[in-house]
Design a protein around this ligand. Structure first.
Ligand code: HEM
Length: 287
């Protein structure tokens, strides 16, 4: 390994230590995972490589952050900015993907085989490539959107299992009436709730509606909980519903509900691919 790569690797290692401490303290795992997904998920494999979107840091740009699908995500950029500045010249694209991967791992999810060295782009992705939770034919819509990224049915179901962590808010996506603060929270999203993998208290900002009771823990409860009725005070969108109603999605959904290892394996593979969509790697470093 050259002198240069050792320096870069040490820099990325230091960033990882700082980010892990911050995520653990703030309980902001979900928003950082969503930020990483929304940076990468604009990728269009049919578009020319200079306009294909993907995990290239473009979500930091005001124009892209202003896209409807990104409502509420600017907080993720505000969280990461001091770390990107402190560890300069680390790229935004790397910092965003590192934070998303750490969010999964620190919440108890699978270890992700991440690589770093992405170059940032200076132009926003095109608007409208991310999925719409209110689509009128959700199964068809999901296939259309994820086909552009190169994902198949099993990948779609596995990646959607990321909703095992996190919440939706009235003032962001508007898919729920639960807003910010304890008054608008469910029993699972109040400041007194315990949702972390290590059983410690702390929810970051209270409020919103989660898919699962332990929404700061990355496990297969997204799949298990959805099969349990009634789902009081939990979120379930039409696109979530499509995953166990559609005959080609359902076998994967049921397998992941039965077998957490199968979910983790499929998720880890799909997440790694997601994190590299459209990325231009100047070097190739694992930390
Ligand atoms: C399958 C299509 C998908 C749709 C329609 C969808 C839609 C949504 C919506 C509407 C929210 C609520 C946002 C808010 O109100 O704050 C949300 C949150 C979230 N999504 Fe998805 N999503 C999809 C796939 C994914 C994927 C593939 C991932 C990651 C790999 C992901 C990760 C998350 C996370 C972690 C949150 C919680 C954010 C937070 O708590 O701040 N989603 N998603």
């Amino acid at each position: 390994m050259s002198h240069n790569s050792i320096g870069r690797r040490n820099q990325l290692k230091a960033l990882k230590v700082d980010l892990a401490a911050f995520i653990n303290e703030k309980n902001c795992h979900p928003i950082l995972l969503r930020l990483a997904w929304h940076d990468a998920g604009t990728f269009d494999r049919h578009a020319p490589s200079d306009r294909c979107g993907g995990a290239n840091g473009s979500i930091r740009l005001q124009e892209e952050m202003g896209h409807g699908a990104n409502a509420g995500l600017s907080k993720g950029i505000t969280f990461l900015r001091p770390f990107v500045e402190k560890h300069s010249p680390v790229s935004w694209a790397d910092a965003i993907q590192m934070a998303g991967a750490l969010a999964v791992e620190l919440a108890g999810g699978p270890k992700l085989a991440m690589r770093y060295g992405r170059v940032d782009v200076e132009a926003a992705a095109v608007d409208g490539n991310l999925p719409d939770a209110m689509a009128s034919n959700p199964a068809q819509h999901l296939r259309q959107v994820f086909e552009r990224m190169g994902f198949n049915d099993r990948d779609i179901v596995a990646l959607s299992g990321a909703h095992t962590i996190g919440r939706a808010f009235k003032g962001r996506s508007g898919v729920t009436n639960n807003g910010y603060g304890d008054e608008a929270a469910t029993r699972y999203t109040k400041s007194s709730a315990v949702a972390r993998a290590d059983g410690r208290a702390g929810v970051g900002m209270p409020g919103g509606r989660s898919w699962t009771p332990n929404w700061l823990t990355f496990d297969n409860s997204y799949f298990i909980e959805s099969l349990r009725q009634p789902r009081e005070e939990l979120l379930w969108m039409a696109t979530d519903q499509a995953l166990h109603e559609d005959p080609r999605f359902r076998p994967h959904f049921e397998e992941f509900a039965r077998d957490q290892d199968a979910f983790f394996h499929a998720y880890a593979q799909a997440h790694k691919r997601l994190s590299e969509l459209g990325s231009n790697f100047l070097f190739d470093i694992t930390v």
